[in-house]
Design a protein around this ligand. Structure first.
Ligand code: FES
Ligand code: FES
Length: 152
């Protein structure tokens, strides 16, 4: 029996086995390559997506749990949002492996806090590892996006 989901606003039915990792369905079956595989063990956040607005690591989620779920990958975020602009302007991306998960973690944060503190930002992104940036530019980007979103 297929699994029916809404992915980036579009209905999608997957006939993959219910035990398939959501990560593999998104990357390999639907070609949403913004969903990255890092550790494959729930430790790095590279594969993070939003499921019903909550940040989850898609490497740990079996497809069978996604019936009627509303899933957002980085491809579903607005390309010219305050967050996307802030990541570019702050130089918050280097190799880019962590960036989709970081942006989705930030999206989940900003949906709940329009004026997050640095501690809020650090906490919200604490499950997302970056090997390149030292985090400072990423935190600055999220803070800038919060200010920008408040101005719009
Ligand atoms: Fe899923 Fe690292 S690949 S948490
Ligand atoms: Fe390379 Fe974060 S930019 S892992």
């Amino acid at each position: 029996m297929p699994t029916t989901m809404r992915i980036n606003g579009k209905k999608y039915q997957s006939t993959a086995a219910p035990g398939s990792r959501l990560l593999d369905v998104l990357r390999n079956d639907i070609a949403l390559k913004g969903v990255k595989e890092g550790c494959g063990e729930g430790e790095c956040g590279a594969c993070a997506v939003l499921v019903n607005g909550k940040l989850v690591n898609s490497c740990l989620i079996p497809l069978g749990q996604m019936e009627q779920a509303d899933i957002t990958t980085v491809e579903g975020l607005p390309a010219d949002s305050p967050l996307a602009r802030a990541f570019a302007e702050c130089g918050a991306t280097q190799c880019g492996i962590c960036t989709p998960g970081m942006m989705l973690a930030a999206t989940a944060l900003l949906a709940e806090h329009d004026a997050p503190t640095l501690e809020d930002i650090r906490w919200a992104l604490s499950g997302n590892l970056c090997r390149c940036t030292g985090y400072g530019r990423i935190y600055a980007a999220v803070a800038q996006a919060a200010r920008g979103a408040g101005d719009e």
